[in-house]
Design a protein around this ligand. Structure first.
Ligand SMILES: NC(=O)c1ccc[n+]([C@@H]2O[C@H](COP(=O)([O-])OP(=O)(O)OC[C@H]3O[C@@H](n4cnc5c(N)ncnc54)[C@H](OP(=O)(O)O)[C@@H]3O)[C@@H](O)[C@H]2O)c1
Length: 372
């Protein structure tokens, strides 16, 4: 067993029934102390925070997101985040202290894992409690062997990769289904990163009009992106033409808006795709709607399908190429799509989560928390 440093740690716990409320806990860590055979310890270096992380917590029970990193305190959970961590101690062959991995982490300075299926690409955390959970979240990528990795672009990777995989796969799913005959796609929470990433992928699809619905205050930002063909504020929805076959791509999860969509588009609404819940912490509830029943879209399902259709190597290759095009577009300052806001420490994370939960964020900003 090898180890690097020793020190004090911290973790941030989220109150499961009040997601804006969190608590910092000190944890004394002696890296490697008592590390069992087959275990490693990682130190989290940096992670991103977007509305998607609030949704992980909101669906913590419904989608088992609380189960990835149990806290031992039933009322408090670890909100999962995407980030980079360094190995500080290892009792696993093929995983060496000092190596950096990208993946899904608790907001905690240190975490222990039990790597299995260790390859050049990385490993899966084989901890017993994670075995029944969606495997896409159990996978850790060794940055030194990741073709898509660029040390200078870590912030963009953390912010966008988990969202853009959904955007890319959602665009693929919709195109593969001929958009269910729709010629207009109406996105709610059109200012969200996952929504505009999807529009980026579909922008040049023939015969499709992409319409963003957004808050009045975010409309200028949405228009400035140029990712959609048109936009409307939520209260202008009823002014959109209802004579074109229309597909609803719902990133807001707002039930009142969904009802208005069904009422307004009537028979023209061909499909209702429930893809996110930026404005709601409740999961989709059964409702008496006039149009098609909302269908939950979950990226890992389409990833599994394409892994089977194309093989994982081709899926990776196509995704990496699309992601590179997207990130290059997003980070070009003259495009004005993103300002990275880098903050330091757990206290900053705590305040940022409270702000995101309360909807106090600007869609142009991408929040990154540094712990190193
Ligand atoms: N299905 C999947 O597999 C999957 C995967 C990734 C993400 N998602 C979902 O996509 C959604 C967007 O996530 P993101 O990380 O891309 O978001 P983001 O970039 O942080 O989105 C910010 C936008 O969301 C809306 N919003 C956020 N918080 C709000 C609040 N408290 N009240 C009202 N509006 C609020 C606002 O948009 P408007 O003003 O335009 O409404 C805001 O500009 C999340 O629900 C996420 O879980 C789903």
């Amino acid at each position: 067993m090898t180890q690097l440093t020793q020190g004090a740690g911290q973790r941030l716990l989220t109150r499961k029934n009040a997601l804006g409320d969190s608590r910092l806990e000190d944890t004394t860590t002696w890296p490697g102390a008592g590390l069992a055979d087959g275990e490693i310890e990682l130190r989290l270096g940096r992670f991103a925070l977007t509305t998607n992380n609030i949704t992980y917590a909101a669906f913590g029970d419904a989608m088992q997101y609380w189960d990835f990193f149990p806290t031992g305190q039933p009322e408090w959970g670890h909100m999962p985040v995407w980030g980079f961590a360094d190995v500080v101690a290892s009792a696993v062959e093929g995983v060496v202290p000092g190596e950096r991995f990208y993946g899904y982490f608790p907001i905690a300075s240190h975490v222990r894992m039990q790597p299995e299926r260790v390859t050049g690409r990385g490993f899966y955390d084989g901890a017993e409690h994670r075995k029944p959970l969606v495997s896409a979240y159990n996978q850790y990528t060794r940055v030194s062997r990741d073709a898509a990795y660029d040390a200078a672009l870590e912030n963009y990777q953390m912010l966008y990769r988990p969202l853009f995989i959904t955007s890319f796969m959602l665009a693929d799913f919709l195109q593969d289904s001929g958009c269910f005959g729709a010629r207009r796609l109406v996105f709610s929470s059109g200012s969200s990163k996952t929504a505009y990433g999807t529009a980026f992928c579909l922008h040049d699809a023939e015969g499709l009009t992409l319409t963003a619905l957004t808050s009045a205050g975010n409309r200028a930002f949405v228009d400035s992106l140029g990712a959609y063909h048109e936009s409307a504020a939520y209260d202008e929805l009823e002014g959109l033409p209802a004579d074109v076959p229309t597909l609803y791509v719902d990133f807001s999860g707002n039930p009142a808006l969904r009802r208005r969509i069904h009422q307004h588009f009537g028979a023209a609404l061909v499909y209702d795709c429930y893809a996110g819940s930026a404005q709601n912490t409740d999961f989709l509830k059964a409702e008496d709607l006039s149009g098609p029943e909302p269908k939950f879209y979950f990226a890992p399902v389409q990833i599994r399908k394409r892994n089977a259709d194309w093989g994982p190597a081709i899926v990776n290759e196509r995704f990496n190429a699309a992601q590179r095009r997207f990130i290059d577009h997003v980070r070009e300052p003259s495009h004005g799509w993103l300002t990275v806001v880098e903050e330091t420490g757990m206290l900053a994370a705590q305040q940022r989560i409270a702000a995101l939960h309360a909807g106090r964020s600007h869609p142009r900003e991408g929040y990154v928390i540094r712990l190193d």
